[in-house]
Each structure stands twice: as structure tokens, then as C-alpha cells.
Design a binder for this molecule. Structure first.
Ligand SMILES: Nc1ncnc2c1ncn2[C@@H]1O[C@H](COP(=O)(O)OP(=O)(O)OP(=O)(O)O)[C@@H](O)[C@H]1O
Ligand SMILES: [Mg+2]
Length: 348
């Protein structure tokens, strides 16, 4: 029993003049109080224990959370690192792709320029020999001189010089094409009306070809989206892409016209807004592209045109320009049916 209650009990017991009934009532009350006190103490102890257990549990949970936080932090760090690695690999990949295309291009240039240079050298050598022959004739006595032969040699010489000039121009076109390749992506973007640009270059191409070849004739149609929004592009570059596509299309219809009676050459230029993109199509009903060639047309220097008519740089240059604008290139073609080239440019 509680010490204070024991004192009280003793005190009650010592009260001799207290009636028995009252004393036993008081003693019972003290006993009850003691019992209540014991229960309260017990409960208190229990609560204390629960409190301690809870504290321990809490500590454990905190520790666990801390561990989890650290794990997440580590995962984050690892993720960041792999993201950086991925970016680095991507840059490297782009770089090596560039290097590869540069290598391809360099090999191409060397090969392409070698060919006209060979012609130039050969014709120049032959021409020197022809001049020697003329010199020989000049030193002969008047009655032995063969004027007819001299005239013939001079005609040959003229022809050789024309050939030298022709192949020189070819080399010139190749070098110019190359320079344009390296020039892409340097111009400034301006808000451009693609419809106006397309129309301008269609007319430029048509009249350019008519000026070169009086017999050239082809119908062209324009289906331009009147609600086409202006977009930010390097206008001269996109113009060059359009010009090349339109030139190719006119060339293809002209070629087909040479072999087919009653054929009606047609080139169609279409623009359309599709979602947040602009779709530009150049379609023709010309020769089409064979299955064999379709994978090669974007390679630098790939051309099916006779020497002097094309450098084969048009589409490879166009591809670079469209890619630099974040756009896409699509080709559909069937031999003797026609081709459709589609450029998709982002509106941004
Ligand atoms: N619309 C088309 N129809 C048929 N063939 C095409 C068409 N467009 C391109 N080609 C084929 O793709 C080849 C490559 O085209 P690209 O524009 O790159 O070079 P090119 O026109 O031959 O020469 P360049 O453009 O340098 O004058 C062409 O020679 C031709 O065989
Ligand atoms: Mg071309």
C-alpha cells in the first residue's frame, strides 16, 4: 500500500472513540483509494511504455525515410549522369554522322572533279599536238603547204577548246554546289510566306528552262492553301530546295515527253497546313524513279542526268537544308507514272 495511505490507515485504527461502523467505512475508503492509485500507476506505466515504443518506432521510420531519400538521391544522380552520357553520345553521333557525310562528300568531290579534269587535261594535250602539226605546216614551203589540213586541224582545235570549256564549267558547277553545301545553315531565319516563295520559284524554274530550251513546255498547277501561316525559315535556302525540286520535276516530265506520243506533262505545287506543320508538295507525272535508284537520290553526286546537265547535289543539299529547319523529306515515285516530293516543315 501507498505509504501515505498506510499512515492514514494507522491513524484511523488508533481512533478508539470512533464507532466501529464509521472506522470500517473509512478504512474501506482508504483501501479503495489505494486500489485506484495502483491502477492509475499501472496505467501511467503502460502509457510510458507505449510512448517509448512509439518513439523508437518513429526513430526507425525516420531512419528508413532518410535511407529512402538517399536512395532516391542516388538514383537521381545516376539518372542525371546517364542523361548527360546520352547527350554526349548523341552529340558524338551527330558529329560522326557529319564527319561521315563530309568524308563521303570529299570522296565524291575528288571523284567528280577528277573526271572533268581528266577531260580538260586530255583535250589540252591533244590540242598541243594539233598546234605542233600546224607549226609543222607553217614551216613547209608554200607549194607543199596543205591548207585544207590546217583548216581541219583548226576546226578540231576549236572543238577541243569547246570541250575544255564544257568540262571546266562542269568542275565549276561541282565546286559551286559544294560551296552551297557548306553554306547551308548560316543564313538568318525570317518570317516567310511559303506560298509566295513557292510561286516565285516555280515561275523562275519554268522561265529559266524555257530560256535554255525553246522546245521545253509543260503545264503547271498550283494548289496553295490560302490560310497557310507565315513561318520562320531561311528563305533563300528553302527557295533553293523548292527550285531544285521543281527543276527536277520539269526535267522528269520533259524526259518522258521525249519518248511518249500524246503525253501531257504536268507539274503540281501544293501547300497545306496539317496540324502544327506545313506540308509542301512538288508532284510530277514524269519518268519516275526506279526502285533501284530511290535509295540513292539523296546521296551527294548521285545523278542520272547526262554529264553537264546535273551535278547530283540538288537533293543532298535540299535534304540538309530541310533537316536544318527541323523538317522532313518524303518521296513517292513510280516509274512512268511520276513522283511526289513532300517537305514537312514545323510551324514552331
Ligand atoms: N522528280 C523526279 N523525277 C524523276 N527522277 C528524279 C526526280 N527528282 C530527282 N530525281 C532523280 O534523282 C537524281 C538526283 O537528283 P538531284 O536533284 O540530287 O541531282 P540532279 O538533279 O541530277 O543534279 P543537280 O540538282 O545537282 O542539278 C536525279 O538525277 C534523278 O535521277
Ligand atoms: Mg536536281
Amino acid at each position: 500500500m501507498n505509504q501515505h495511505l498506510q499512515t492514514i490507515t494507522k491513524f484511523i485504527e488508533q481512533q478508539e472513540d470512533m464507532p466501529d461502523e464509521q472506522r470500517s467505512l473509512l478504512l474501506k475508503a482508504v483501501k479503495d483509494a489505494d486500489y485506484a492509485l495502483t491502477i492509475a500507476e499501472f496505467k501511467l506505466e503502460r502509457t510510458e511504455k507505449v510512448k517509448r515504443t512509439t518513439a523508437i518506432l518513429l526513430e526507425e521510420t525516420i531512419e528508413e525515410l532518410e535511407q529512402k531519400r538517399k536512395a532516391i538521391e542516388q538514383t537521381n544522380e545516376a539518372l542525371n549522369k546517364s542523361l548527360e552520357e546520352l547527350k554526349a553520345t548523341q552529340t558524338q553521333l551527330i558529329q560522326s554522322e557529319k564527319m561521315a557525310s563530309l568524308g563521303e562528300l570529299t570522296a565524291g568531290i575528288a571523284h567528280e572533279i577528277q573526271n572533268p579534269l581528266n577531260f580538260v587535261n586530255n583535250f589540252a594535250e591533244v590540242s598541243t599536238e594539233l598546234i605542233d602539226e600546224i607549226e609543222e605546216e607553217r614551216h613547209k614551203k608554200k607549194e607543199e603547204k596543205d591548207e585544207e589540213l590546217v583548216a581541219e586541224i583548226l576546226a578540231d582545235l576549236k572543238e577541243n577548246l569547246l570541250k575544255i570549256n564544257h568540262h571546266g564549267k562542269r568542275a565549276d558547277a561541282i565546286v559551286k554546289g559544294m560551296l552551297e553545301h557548306s553554306r547551308t545553315n548560316t543564313g538568318e531565319k525570317t518570317l516567310t510566306d511559303i506560298n509566295a516563295l513557292a510561286e516565285e520559284f516555280l515561275k523562275l524554274s519554268y522561265h529559266g528552262l524555257r530560256a535554255k530550251d525553246k522546245s521545253f513546255n509543260a503545264a503547271f498547277e498550283m494548289e496553295l492553301d490560302p490560310n497557310l501561316p507565315k513561318i520562320n525559315v531561311v528563305a533563300p535556302d528553302i527557295g533553293r530546295v523548292l527550285l531544285n525540286l521543281i527543276n527536277n520535276a520539269f526535267y522528269a516530265v520533259n524526259e518522258r515527253g521525249k519518248t511518249e506520243e500524246g503525253y501531257k506533262p504536268l507539274v503540281i505545287l501544293k501547300t497545306k497546313q496539317v496540324g502544327n506543320k506545313l506540308d509542301i508538295k512538288v508532284a510530277d507525272n514524269g519518268t519516275g524513279i526506279s526502285q533501284n535508284n530511290i535509295d540513292k537520290i539523296f546521296q551527294p553526286f548521285f545523278t542520272t542526268k547526262p554529264t553537264g546537265s546535273g551535278t547530283g547535289l540538288g537533293l543532298s543539299l535540299s535534304y540538309d537544308i530541310v533537316k536544318a529547319h527541323g523538317g522532313e523529306f518524303k518521296v513517292q515515285s513510280k516509274e512512268n507514272i511520276g513522283s511526289t516530293f513532300t517537305i514537312i516543315l514545323p510551324k514552331k
